[in-house]
Write a protein that binds this ligand. Structure first.
Ligand code: KE4
Length: 427
C-alpha cells in the first residue's frame, strides 16, 4: 500500500481524520513526534507498520490486562462471530456478564451495558440527576470521566495532555452545574457539601486516579466522601472504567472496602472490544428505562462479540494468583525504574497501585492536580522517545497511566529496565 509506514500513513490520516487520530491522546501531542501506527500485538509485544517491536506498557489504555491476542479471547470472539455479529435483541451472554459483575462487585446489584466508558458515565450522571431530582454534579480537578459535556470541566487525560481550556461547545449553563474540588482534599469537600449539599445529585471520582497520571487516594479520603454523600442525600459514583477488575477482582471498591451507589465500568470488562457498563443499587437502577423513566439506549449495547471477549477476559482473571502476579510485575517495574533513575541522578516520583503506574519527572510527592503539574512534560517527552529507541512503548503523555499485563514476564521487565537505564542517562 502506498505510504504504508507510520510517517506515510500519518500524512494520509491527516487528510481525512482530525489530527490524524481517532482519539486525541494517541496523537503524540504530549511527547512530540509522529504517532506510531501498529500492525499487530502478541502478548506483551506490539509491532509497528515499519516492523519495529516494542514492549507495550499502554495495553490500549487499560483493556489488555491479559496482553495482546490472548488465545481464549480471540477464540471467543471468532466463535461468536460465526453465530452472527449483532442481534439488537437479548442474548445469553449479557445475562452471564451481568451476573458475573454482580458476583465480583456486590455493590453492583444491577447493571446496564454500553459500548464505551463515556456512555457509562453519561448515563450514571443522568440517572443520579433523575433519581435525586437534583442537578449539581461534583467532580475532582484532573479527573477524567470521558468526553461528556458535564465532565469537561478541569478534566484530565487528553484534555490535560493537550493543555486545552475547558472544551468549547460545552454550554456554560451546563458547565455551571459541575462543581470541582481538589483531589485528596476532604476539608474542601466538606465545605462544598455544607454550602451546596442540598442541590448535589452526585459526586463522581476515579477512586484511584489514572488520568492525571496515577494518584492514590489519601487515607480516609474515599471513606470521607462516601459518608459526606450519604449525609447529604447525594449519590457516590465510582468511575472504575480504568480500575475495575484491574486493581482487584472487585476493583478499587474491593481494594479500599467501599460501597458506592453507582459504578461505571469499561476497558477490562470488554477484553479489548467495546464494552462499558454502569450499575449499582437496585433501587436506583430500577429508574432506568424501560423499568423506570430515565432514558438510555444503544444499538450495539451488549454486542455478542464484545460480551464474548469480556467474559473470556474476566474468566481468565479468575486464574489463581493472577492479581498477585499483576502486583509482582508492577512492583518489579517500580523498584527497577526508581533504581535506574537514582543511578542516573534523575529526580523522579513513581506512583503505583497494583498494575497501574506513572513515572513523574518531578521530585514529588504527587497527590493532586497542582503537584502533578510540577512534572516536567519536556523531560518526560525526551524519556518517552528514548524508551521508544529501546523498544519500549509508554503512554505518550506525562498525565496518563501505564498498565502492566499478565503477559509480562521477567524478560519483559528486564528489557524495560535496560531501555530505562540508557534512557535516563540520555536526559
Ligand atoms: P471511553 O469512552 O474512552 O471508553 O472511557 C472514558 C473514560 C472514563 N473514565 C475513565 C476513568 C477513563 O480513564 C476513561 C478513558 N480513559 C482514556 C485514557 N486515560 C482513554 C484513552 C483515550 O481517550 O483515547
Amino acid at each position: 500500500m502506498e505510504n504504508s509506514g507510520s510517517q506515510g500513513l500519518f500524512a494520509r490520516a491527516l487528510q481525512h481524520i482530525p489530527g490524524g487520530v481517532n482519539s486525541p491522546v494517541r496523537a503524540f501531542r504530549g511527547v512530540g513526534g509522529t504517532p506510531i501506527f501498529f500492525r499487530e500485538g502478541a502478548g506483551p509485544w506490539l509491532t509497528d507498520v515499519d516492523g519495529n517491536r516494542y514492549v507495550d506498557h499502554v495495553g490500549s489504555w487499560g483493556p489488555l490486562i491479559l496482553g495482546h491476542a490472548y488465545p481464549a479471547v480471540v477464540r471467543a470472539v471468532m466463535e461468536a462471530a460465526q453465530r452472527g455479529t449483532s442481534f439488537g435483541a437479548p442474548h445469553a451472554g449479557e445475562v452471564e456478564l451481568a451476573e458475573l459483575v454482580s458476583r465480583r462487585m456486590p455493590s453492583v446489584e444491577m447493571l446496564r451495558l454500553t459500548s464505551s466508558g463515556t456512555e457509562a458515565t453519561l448515563a450514571a450522571v443522568r440517572l443520579a440527576r433523575g433519581f435525586t431530582g437534583r442537578e449539581a454534579l461534583v467532580k475532582f480537578e484532573g479527573c477524567y470521566h470521558g468526553w461528556g459535556d458535564s465532565f469537561l470541566v478541569k478534566a484530565g487525560s487528553g484534555v490535560e495532555t493537550l493543555g486545552l481550556p475547558d472544551s468549547p461547545g460545552v454550554p456554560k449553563t451546563l458547565a455551571q452545574l459541575t462543581l470541582t474540588l481538589p483531589y485528596n482534599n476532604l476539608e474542601a469537600a466538606k465545605a462544598l457539601f455544607a454550602a451546596e449539599g442540598q442541590r448535589i445529585a452526585a459526586v463522581i471520582l476515579e477512586p484511584v486516579v489514572g488520568n492525571m497520571g496515577v494518584l492514590k487516594p489519601s487515607p480516609g479520603f474515599l471513606q470521607g466522601l462516601q459518608s459526606l454523600a450519604r449525609a447529604h442525600g447525594a449519590l457516590l459514583i465510582f468511575d472504575e472504567v480504568m480500575t475495575g477488575f484491574r486493581l482487584a477482582p472487585g476493583g478499587a471498591q474491593e481494594l479500599y472496602g467501599l460501597k458506592p451507589d453507582l459504578t461505571c465500568l469499561g476497558k477490562v470488562i470488554g477484553g479489548g472490544l467495546p464494552v462499558g457498563a454502569y450499575g449499582g443499587r437496585r433501587d436506583v437502577m430500577q429508574h432506568v428505562a424501560p423499568a423506570g423513566p430515565v432514558y438510555q439506549a444503544g444499538t450495539l449495547s451488549g454486542n455478542p462479540l464484545a460480551v464474548a471477549a469480556g467474559l473470556a477476559c474476566l474468566k481468565a482473571l479468575e486464574e489463581p494468583g493472577a492479581y498477585a502476579r499483576l502486583e509482582a510485575v508492577g512492583r518489579a517495574l517500580e523498584e527497577g525504574l526508581l533504581a535506574e533513575a537514582k543511578a542516573a541522578g534523575v529526580s523522579v516520583t513513581l506512583n503505583r497501585v497494583g498494575s497501574m503506574w506513572t513515572l513523574f519527572f518531578t521530585p514529588g510527592p504527587v497527590y493532586d492536580y497542582p503537584t502533578a503539574k510540577t512534572a516536567s512534560v519536556e523531560r518526560f517527552g525526551r524519556f518517552f522517545h528514548a524508551m521508544l529507541e529501546g523498544g519500549v512503548y509508554l503512554p505518550p503523555s506525562q498525565f496518563e497511566a501505564a498498565f502492566a499485563s499478565l503477559a509480562m514476564g521477567p524478560d519483559v521487565v528486564a528489557h524495560t529496565l535496560e531501555a530505562a537505564r540508557k534512557a535516563f542517562r540520555s536526559l
